[in-house]
Design a protein around this ligand. Sequence first.
Ligand code: ADP
Ligand code: MG
Length: 275
Amino acid sequence: RPAVERPERTRRLVVANQKGGVGKTTTSVNIACALAQLGQRVLLIDLDPQGNASTALNIDHPRGTPSSYEVLVDGTPLAEVAQPCPDLAFVTVVPATIDLAGAEIELVAEDRRETRLREAIDAHPLVGGVEDAGTDRFDYVVVDCPPSLGLLTLNALVSGVEMLIPIQAEYYALEGLGQLLETVRMVHEHLNSDLVVSALLITMYDARTRLSAGVAGEVREHFGARVLRTTIPRSVRVSEAPSYGQSVMTYDPGSPGALSYLEAARELATRGVMA
Ligand code: ADP
Ligand code: MG
């Protein structure tokens, strides 16, 4: 696959939407793997206690596995809990365990509780530009968020620059989006002025239904060029890949789902940050 140019500095992508089942994890995993196939070095951080992204990338994550929990709660450096993805050399994963479910409560009374992830990413020796992080630097940090707007997602939003919102091409797709954007606005105002909603990705698109086309049209009308031109089709191959511990990118690289994620990754990589 023809590579794309590496960014000058590590780009920070946060995949968030407080609705469950819209394709956050699928998008995080497959965009990370697609970017890797395009020659980019990627650090994927699983921030969902369910650990679905860890599972999908074949990383065991029983309770007690060094994970994002230790990073947030104990201040363990990210590099100490990160693991290489068995299938893709350019993908490194910070797994999540169910311990993370307790982190929201454990952190309630702590200082700087919403900046923990940001500090951990800032401190990673491979995050930055070529001057400080070298040629082995990560080109992308991708954070997969849980389906809520709690402290975990807040940590992700504070850590990030570019927010990628997956939108499921289904009825009610836009419900809750106002609340999400309001949260982003508050984070931008008080905690992280770098944050922008840089990309929206329409997932589980079914070209046979008028509903999918309607949702896609509405999202494009609202968000214009920030919506990736590529849409991700609903495809059985995409949904069955995780049960083989793989992204669809390696499970079935020629399938429409894989090709769409590759195209979406290429768009993200070539167009840069959109404010
Ligand atoms: P979230 O992380 O937002 O909760 P997931 O990525 O886990 O959402 O996706 C929810 C469900 O939809 C999963 O079972 C997943 O396999 C399935 N899914 C996601 N994208 C697709 C797709 N393009 N085609 C078919 N199924 C998909
Ligand atoms: Mg998920």
